[in-house]
Unconditional design. Structure first.
Length: 154
């Protein structure tokens, strides 16, 4: 029987411009999991770590910059991972960075792009990550009334 895991976070990194831009990362060709795949920031939750703390750490590790603001979203992604027969539930966060933020990629990724929503949707593979970008647009960038309840002070 598959396990249910709550060990992964996903983060949509964006910068407010006109129109807003989203950061997508391409995994290294040497990576064992999904080499060459375009994705949003994602990674594991460490023992004793809160999910939003993992999101902040993964942002720093994968792109080398702190966000100016971070938000939880009303979305969790769920996916099955066959290698360990697990169903994974992943909270989705939104992280705003400044317009002049400099990306410093970790060895886990080989390139990045800042893209408009429609362009990002074309590169992202997983439906949950596409939905994450849409959710960030609807609830965070377009300043849905719920936005005020989702910002996480850090």
């Amino acid at each position: 029987m598959p396990e249910i895991n709550f060990k992964i976070v996903e983060v949509v990194v964006f910068r407010k411009s006109s129109p807003p831009e989203f950061l997508v990362l391409q995994r290294s060709d040497r990576d064992q999991i999904y080499p060459g795949l375009w994705q949003i920031v994602s990674g594991g939750i460490e023992q004793g770590e809160k999910a939003y703390e993992a999101a902040l750490r993964e942002i720093e590790e994968e792109i080398g910059m702190p966000p100016t603001r971070i938000f939880n979203t009303p979305l969790t992604n769920t996916f099955y991972f066959h290698t360990n027969d697990s169903v994974n539930v992943s909270p989705v966060f939104a992280a705003e960075v400044g317009p002049a933020a400099v990306v410093r990629l970790s060895p886990e990724h080989k390139q990045f792009r800042w893209l408009k929503k429609e362009e990002a949707m074309l590169l992202l593979v997983w439906p949950g990550q596409k939905k994450a970008v849409e959710t960030v647009c609807d609830f965070i960038i377009h300043e849905n009334p719920a936005r005020g309840f989702m910002e996480i002070p850090f």
